[in-house]
Design a protein around this ligand. Structure first.
Ligand code: AMP
Ligand code: TRP
Length: 333
């Protein structure tokens, strides 16, 4: 049986190494396997849960598409589309918001983190965000959802919503219960400045992340300035647990070279960080600069990017609108 893959990325700019190693790299290998049907969505409805400048949002949507293609997703093989252009997503989100329970949403840690201290001022959309995400996934009968570790809880909520709908309306199997696909070895890339914080688009300091549009000298500079400790590189993984910055850099190296943390340590144990950082920079530059160059090239061809989205939307719309019709039928509309 074919696996049906679905994932989404928010068009909020500054796509970084965390997005690449945590999610997009996995999208590419799933796209390359002919046994899969893949759909990758630029989730602009999710992006507006916090305020966005319209002109910048429009450019970021194109940049996200360009990043998908530059990273190796082939729009002829996989559907690449834009969430707001397929109205079924908003429609299903409303219906599923009547299935999801307040108690379930109240447990979502991402909302707590993003809303911060002043929850009263957060948008209602930020709160109900995981329901929209569930709609994205369930509309396409997705069987597998590749995401970074931070989205695991949202996937569990999606499964709960699907199960409750199937039970409430006695339509066993109507919504498929999707499995998360999360990188096993190193699923959370941390800030280069603070090993306890995740690498993020919204972090103020650009030195905290490697952007997928960074040039060679920026990558070199950021790795040189990345926080480490004064001890040499250890020989076993356990020792890394109390050294978050070291663990992060070794983890990035192992993820880029598709090796285990043990193997990565084997190459460098006892050495100091400056030698390791030179190696890491080289590997990063080899991986990131071709992507960065392609993103810039693609961004010059807006009509190609817009056409790619248009084609993707047509395909996505066919699938999603059929599912919404069935939902209407089941609930008695
Ligand atoms: P977002 O940019 O929030 O839409 O995230 C897009 C994808 O990248 C999601 O699957 C996230 O889980 C993943 N992701 C974002 N930041 C990180 C990170 N620091 N480490 C690993 N994965 C990440
Ligand atoms: N919430 C996800 C994130 O911030 C993005 C997303 C939206 C998504 N819809 C999705 C991921 C559906 C997987 C499947 O990273």
């Amino acid at each position: 049986m074919k696996k049906k893959i679905f994932s989404g990325v928010q068009p909020t700019g500054n796509l970084h190494l965390g997005n690449y190693l945590g999610a997009i790299k996995n999208f590419v290998s799933l796209n390359n396997d002919d046994k899969n049907e893949c759909i990758f969505c630029v989730v602009d409805l999710h992006a507006i849960t916090v305020s966005q400048d319209p002109a910048i949002l429009r450019e970021n949507i194109r940049e996200t598409v360009a990043t998908f293609i530059a990273s190796g997703i082939d729009p002829k093989k996989s559907i690449i589309f834009n969430q707001s252009q397929v109205s079924a997503h908003s429609e299903a989100a409303w219906i599923l918001s009547c299935i999801a329970r307040m108690g379930w949403l109240n447990r979502m840690t991402q909302f707590k983190e993003k809303a911060g201290k002043d929850k009263e001022k957060a948008s209602v959309g930020l709160y109900s965000y995981p329901i929209l995400m569930a709609s994205d996934i369930l509309l396409y009968d997705s069987t597998h959802v590749p995401v970074g570790n931070d989205q695991k809880q949202h996937l569990e909520l999606c499964r709960d919503i699907a199960q409750k709908f199937n039970n409430d309306f006695k339509v066993e199997d109507f919504f498929k219960i999707p499995e998360p696909l999360i990188q096993k070895e190193f699923s959370r890339i941390m800030s280069l400045k603070d090993g306890s914080k995740k690498m993020s688009k919204s972090e103020l300091s650009d030195l905290s992340r490697i952007n997928l549009t960074d040039e060679e000298d920026q990558i070199m500079n950021k790795i040189k300035k990345a926080k480490t400790d004064s001890l040499p590189i250890p020989s076993n993984v356990k020792e890394l647990n109390s050294r978050p910055e070291a663990r992060n850099l070794i983890g990035i190296y192992s993820s880029l070279t598709n090796s285990t943390l043990e193997n990565a340590l084997g190459n460098f144990s006892g050495k100091n960080f400056s030698e390791f950082k030179e190696n890491l920079s080289e590997i990063l530059i080899d991986k990131i600069t071709p992507i960065s160059n392609d993103i810039k090239k693609l961004l010059k061809d807006k009509s190609y990017l817009d056409k790619t989205l248009e084609d993707g939307c047509e395909k996505a719309n066919k699938i999603a609108s059929k599912k919404v019709k069935k939902i209407h039928d089941i609930i008695g509309f």
